[in-house]
Design a protein around this ligand. Sequence first.
Ligand code: SF4
Ligand code: MG
Length: 321
Amino acid sequence: TTPLVEIKQLKKYFPVKKGILGTKKSFVKAVDDVSFSIKKGETFGLVGESGCGKSTTGRLLTRLLEPSDGEIYFENNKLSELNEEQLRRIRKDFQMIFQDPYASLNPRMKVKNIINEPLIIHGYDKKKSLSRVKELLEVVGLNSYHAERYPHEFSGGQRQRIGIARALAVNPKLIIADEPVSALDVSIQAQILNLLKRLQKEFDLTYLFIAHDLSVVEHISDRVGVMYLGKIVEIADKTELYKNPQHPYTKSLLSAVPIPNPKLKRERIVLKGDIPSPANPPNGCTFHTRCPFAMEICKKSVPEFTKIGVGHYAACHLINE
Ligand code: SF4
Ligand code: MG
């Protein structure tokens, strides 16, 4: 299938001032040479610890942020070459769902106006919008009379349903879900993930699903990319990644995921130290300061992204050994 989205060597560097007088200019490489594509109708999971650049990648996609370098293609259109009007139309095709549904819903607005907002922005017929809002509420498992209520009258899971209804309002093609269930109770998480799966089928949606937790991503993703310090270190089909992880960072993340079958016990890999500052990333493989398998070469030489199998790539010197 053709990719809906293609990201090529995407970079986002944020300038920071260093030194006592704040005169030395340096950069936080939030997203550093990231490439991947998302096929129509699939869910691409993007995983990594907080600060690894996954949310920034999502925001670059929606053009909430301008990339420093690299290119994004949407249905083969180069986003950087589109004019304002074309970009506006494409923005409608990209909608976001956020981690904290409470923070992303205006507490002073009635649910109907919250869901209506994107419809108004994108010039939909106002007269038809209330019936559309009610329909959307039912689609996400709420009731049409909820339209007259305020966000505080709902539970966390219900609020996330409202956020999803708002994202669906303008019939998007791609939904970028940034940690959509991280703030919810485990029992509610499964409900929201199942809802997202159902909506994907019903409305032909493609998802970029961002999470710090590999177990959440496992339920919903077709393919997964693992990010560390602004870079993708491994990419694979979900089943392949969970069965045959190659990058030590992926292995450590997976070793923290509880497995229902105790016979399949994975060896726990505990990483030393914290993630280094992205303003001052280590040389060579940026993971070498925490990697239990680090070798001399890892301190000097950046490992190349290497093909391991069909659709499976990882950047680690161990692979070429
Ligand atoms: Fe570890 Fe070296 Fe592989 Fe980096 S390149 S993940 S430091 S073994
Ligand atoms: Mg984030």
